[in-house]
Design a binder for this molecule. Structure first.
Ligand code: ZN
Length: 252
């Protein structure tokens, strides 16, 4: 009888969990259409085998070539800081994080193609939600994911120069100083604005051991706080970056 009660309880509990937790995929597919900035190796299957063997069983394998920094990807601190962690060095404790979400889409529409995330935007987030939690990853939605299917629109190219929003230097410094935020994700190819030449946000965050998530798929809004994030980069030991699978777990 006791066991029966426990089993019933577990069934009801798992039923409850399956309805109260929503898992949202924040990674774009890797395929031949995946967006890379100029000069980067696009995703490409360099070898493909698919056949039925003489013994009658199906057999398939592929090999691929790809740049570290393209599609939805992870920037290790070493990318912009010589003594920073490489992908394989980033502690696992930093890959399961508290999520924080900041919607900058309206600001981007108002301020245009070179919009910068400002300190005021971060302070306003804290006014609404309280201080950022320990071990937080901040996801900033500029509303660029809807252009993912069109490289020219997504990169907003003007000749060779790209134009998409990003973090201001001051906002990057504020984030680093918070000591609570361990990573920043954006729905653009870079946390620095597209027309940046000094990559100052990358440099500040890398020096402070933060990682970046770029080309995050942010088609829907997340709650500003109260969700978890799983960040799982391919474990390229010496990598400066890697393709990353990210998902949010939202408790509805
Ligand atoms: Zn990158």
């Amino acid at each position: 009888m006791f066991h029966y009660t426990i089993i019933c309880f577990l069934l009801i509990f798992s039923f409850y969990l399956s309805f109260s937790l929503e898992t949202i995929d924040l990674s774009w597919d890797l395929n031949n259409e995946t967006i890379y900035v100029a000069g980067m190796q696009k995703f490409n299957f360099s070898k493909q085998v698919a056949s039925t063997s003489q013994r009658g069983y199906w057999y398939s394998f592929k090999e691929f070539c790809v740049a570290e920094h393209g599609g939805t990807h992870f920037d290790a601190p070493y990318h912009f800081h010589q003594s920073g962690w490489k992908v394989g060095d980033v502690p696992l404790s930093r890959l399961f994080a508290k999520g924080a979400f900041l919607n900058m889409e309206e600001e981007h529409l108002k301020m245009g193609r070179d919009t910068r995330l400002k300190v005021k935007d971060l302070e306003n987030w804290e006014t609404r939600n309280g201080k950022f939690s320990e071990n937080s990853v901040l996801l900033v939605k500029f509303g660029r994911s809807k252009f993912w299917q069109n490289r020219t629109l997504y990169l907003d190219l003007e000749g060779e120069t790209m134009h998409f929003p990003g973090l201001s230097k001051e906002a990057a410094q504020w984030i680093a100083n918070s000591k609570k935020i361990i990573g920043v994700g954006v729905d653009t190819p870079s946390i620095d604005p597209g027309n940046s030449t000094d990559y100052i946000a990358h440099r500040i965050l890398a020096e402070n051991s933060l990682y970046n998530l770029e080309n995050v798929k942010l088609l829907t809004d997340l709650p500003e706080t109260g969700f978890d994030l799983v960040v799982a980069p391919m474990k390229i030991e010496e990598g400066t970056g890697a393709a990353v699978r990210i998902f949010a777990i939202v408790n509805n």
